[in-house]
Ligand binder design. Sequence first.
Ligand code: HAM
Length: 417
Amino acid sequence: MIQCPRGTRDFLPNEMERRRHYENILRRTAGIFGFREIATPIFEETELFTTRSGPNILNEIYSFKDKGDRDIALRPELTAPVMRMFVNGMSNEPRPLKLFYFGQCFRYERPQSGRYREFFQFGAELIGNANAETDAEAIALAASMIKSLGLLDYKIRMGHIGVLRGLLATAGIPRDGMAEVLQKLDKKLYDEARPMLEAAGADSDAIDLIFKITGTVGGKEVLDMLDLVPDEAASYLRELTEILEAMNVRNVEIDLGVVRGLDYYTGMVFEAEAPSLGAEKQICGGGSYSLSELFGGEKVFSTGFAIGFDRILLAMEKEGQTFEGRGVDAYVVPVSDDVRTDAAKIVSMLRSGGVSADIDIMRRKMAKALKHASSVNAKYAIIVGKNELAEDSVTVRDMTTGDQRTVRLNDLASMFN
Ligand code: HAM
């Protein structure tokens, strides 16, 4: 038997209905914030992803030569594609540009619960002005999206990668040697970070300061830490926090140790996590970044985030959230072969009236047809029998209560209004 490739999934109808339901909630929320949907190709020229991240990223993505000998990659994320799209055809549009997207991404990862090779992101990118309002708009949307899905247990951590890089640079760590230390600081693995910092030449005062600043997490008071390193980022983060408060965005804690996996971030960075997910608990990640100039465009201030759609659904499941599919309104059951044509007419009349209606096409006996109607969550069975038809009527059975009554054909469609 051929299985779907490792790290990918099939979505059966019930699951697909659930996914579409939540996807639409996210779409609606993005619309409420004034963001507009876009779509980009699922594959791009590989260079789009290697330009910023270097050739090492090739180990983590699906890349190949197409039949025209072009280097192509399945997109591992959508920020680079969206910025390419901006440079290609949107750079003259009035700002801010508030864009959102939903689609699959591909990463060559070791699959486990919550980590797939094909997964879905719901994300947003904002090209605005280099000010706190722009970042606040992105964080507020992310927070509102998570809330709109009904997830209860999660938190948002917000930091500033510029501050962190600045601290490391002051301690004498070269930019290209920062990645590994940053990962340790993000996870607050100070015992592992210390020897790395020492080996790079940082003295113990500088190391203590780095640990103190990245290790303090909480409300606005954390920003007082920044007085220890004079930096304009401190007043920026203060302003951002105030705007978020004014927008009633709760659940955001300041954590100057936040480091993102992707290396295009320059300023504010944030992540949301759902503790119920264990190791793969990050349900959303984002921040402000610089990419457009690498793709031949002007340098613009952009910020954004992506929600891991599969992960957030998993977290909701873990919290016991269930989803009831809609099913069909009517299931038409011809009682005998000689009324099949009439039954076809009736189902067609219902459908033309906008009623979701299904019909038995398996030629089942009545009892079995009703059982099937139940299994597809039909609200009513429309039982078409010869005697009732003679009086221009059908029998309507309420599938929840089992009550039956006779309804005239002329009144049937309006019953569902
Ligand atoms: P990212 O953190 O790499 O950021 O991915 C965003 C989210 O996608 C993660 O928080 C996680 O929930 C989900 N995710 C990542 N990898 C997997 C996987 N293998 N399986 C399931 N879910 C996964 C970005 O991609 C940035 N482009 C976000 C961004 C937009 N930054 C600025 N604008």
